[in-house]
Design a protein around this ligand. Structure first.
Ligand SMILES: [Zn+2]
Length: 509
């Protein structure tokens, strides 16, 4: 029988869920909150799906696992690469549980492709190829499971674009398939530990904010929460929170304007820049303009238009940065990389100055950032050296965008209306759980808590602190063990498919 369900709801935020509960729209969650223990959950920085889920399942900060965002900048070459499951220099809870003879079912966790050979089953989540190719690596362990997924659940890793006609229905079907697999897995009773991450609710939140599309997603999730066994011990949590986006700070435009970032200009930059500005002035968003252009222009011409100049979408930036002549470049959502090779002895001074400069940015009397942090104040571990040099944490209602638009401040630079926030949710529920509330916990605390709850030793390299307060009998005594070596063997690769999927989701728009 399953002893612990770990349920990941990507991007869940209490302020949004509380509002829907107050409106009576999430009756099952409301009951679980009443009977269980809730807390705010602080995530890693930047607060992003990759690497946050794997930080939660490994109990380690990004400086330890060596993955900082969806993309990494390779400093010597300025090349952008994307991580795979094997880029994470860590073992995860399921590896430790497997060694202790606990059977695990790990379903749909982002960045778990290729799947690991644990004692149990794994279905790789976002980051796995969308087109399942029977000749390539399977997205499941054991590989035979993949056929069953397709036959019984019409399993898709992801969908093209929630903004396409029918896209919302497709996203809801996807969420449904995740829970149907979960219910059957629990029914099997074969696994001690079951983890499911529901990722597409976050995609709905990004694109539709608090709109009816997102509410339908949460209502669907609530319906399934009502079908989970009441007695089963559940740790429900999110990889980050969410907050409404009012304005965008276009950090790379700021770096260009201040002479820190050099972009290869191309014919047409000024013309498309002018068109873009004109469209913005009459209130047409680049997304809408893009969709219109895509519809009316002959195939390929729209892409060429986009690639010819402003706005430079994030996915195109890597091809346009003149790295040898740049001091710094940023990715979306916060990371800033400084060109250490070019700056040499001047590196520290440059970084201090850039930090101070960004801290003094004031837009109508307010800072777009909660903080501008040095890497070493945010991260620790063997991979600190690969970390972005500075990290911007957006203030509430602001987002930091890594593409380039004609002005540093935009109303809405991408199709997102809601962005990631560092505070997510934690809810513990089940027969052995008391009703209550906890102070803010860290997402790194999940992994050691799971291990201790299942009476498995905690590896000495896990950073998080386990919490026993929600459990009536506390946690079994803490035992420790040597760490198991993790992935990290395989270098990150330039993965065009992942990049195009990220573009569909809005990360690289
Ligand atoms: Zn996420």
């Amino acid at each position: 029988m399953t002893k612990l369900l770990s349920l990941g709801l990507d991007g869940a935020a209490w302020h949004k869920l509380d509002r829907m509960m107050a409106d009576g729209k999430l009756p099952n969650l409301e009951r679980m909150v009443e009977d269980g223990t809730r807390a705010p959950l602080e995530t890693v920085l930047p607060p992003v799906t990759c690497p946050a889920w794997r930080c939660s399942t490994s109990g380690k900060n990004p400086g330890q696992v060596g993955v900082f965002w969806w993309l990494n900048l390779d400093r010597p070459t300025g090349r952008i690469t994307s991580p795979t499951a094997d880029s994470f220099d860590t073992a995860d809870v399921w590896d430790y549980l497997s060694e202790e003879g606990r059977r695990c079912a790990v379903l749909n966790v982002p960045m778990t492709y290729p799947p690991s050979e644990l004692d149990g089953v794994m279905v790789s989540g976002f980051g796995a190829p969308f087109e399942i190719d029977l000749d390539a690596d399977s997205i499941t362990h054991p590989p035979e499971l993949q056929d069953r997924l397709e036959e019984e659940y019409d399993w898709q890793v992801g969908i093209d674009d929630v903004n396409d006609p029918g896209g919302v229905e497709e996203a809801l079907d996807l969420i449904r398939s995740r829970f149907e697999l979960l219910l059957d897995t629990l029914e099997d009773g074969e696994f001690d530990y079951v983890h499911l991450t529901v990722f597409y609710i976050n995609v709905l939140q990004h694109h539709f904010g608090d709109g009816p599309e997102t509410e339908r997603g949460w209502e669907l999730i609530d319906e399934y929460l009502g079908k989970l066994p009441d007695d089963l011990t559940k740790v429900v949590y999110s990889d980050h929170g969410h907050s409404h986006i009012e304005r965008t700070f276009v950090i790379n435009k700021y770096l260009i304007d201040n002479g820190y970032l050099s972009i290869e200009s191309q014919a047409g930059d000024e013309v498309t820049g002018g068109i873009y500005t004109a469209l913005k002035r009459v209130g047409i968003s680049p997304r809408t303009a893009g969709a219109l252009a895509r519809r009316v222009l002959p195939e390929g011409l729209y892409e060429r238009l986009v690639q010819s100049g402003y706005p430079i979408p994030t996915f195109e930036l890597a091809n346009r940065v003149n790295w040898e002549e740049s001091d710094a470049v940023a990715l979306s959502q916060g990371p800033i990389y400084v060109n250490r090779d070019r700056l040499g002895d001047d590196y520290e001074r440059f970084r201090d100055d850039l930090k101070a400069e960004l801290e003094s940015v004031s837009i109508e009397g307010e800072s777009p950032f909660d903080s501008v942090a040095y890497a070493e104040d945010v991260y620790s571990g063997d991979h600190l050296d690969e970390a972005p040099d500075l990290l911007l944490v957006a203030a509430d209602e602001w987002e930091v965008y890594g593409g380039v638009t004609p002005s540093v401040i935009e109303r809405q630079a991408t199709s997102w209306t809601s962005g990631n926030h560092p505070i997510g949710v934690l809810l513990v529920h089940g027969a052995d759980v008391t009703a209550g509330e906890l102070q803010t916990r860290s997402i790194l605390d999940i992994a050691p808590t799971v291990l201790r709850y299942l009476d498995a030793p905690v590896p000495t390299d896990m950073n998080g602190e386990s919490f026993g307060e929600p459990f009536r009998d506390g946690l079994p005594e803490r035992r420790t063990r040597e760490p198991i070596a993790g992935g990290a063997g395989r270098d990150a690769v330039q993965d065009e498919e992942l990049e195009s999927r990220l573009e569909d989701l809005g990360y690289l728009e």
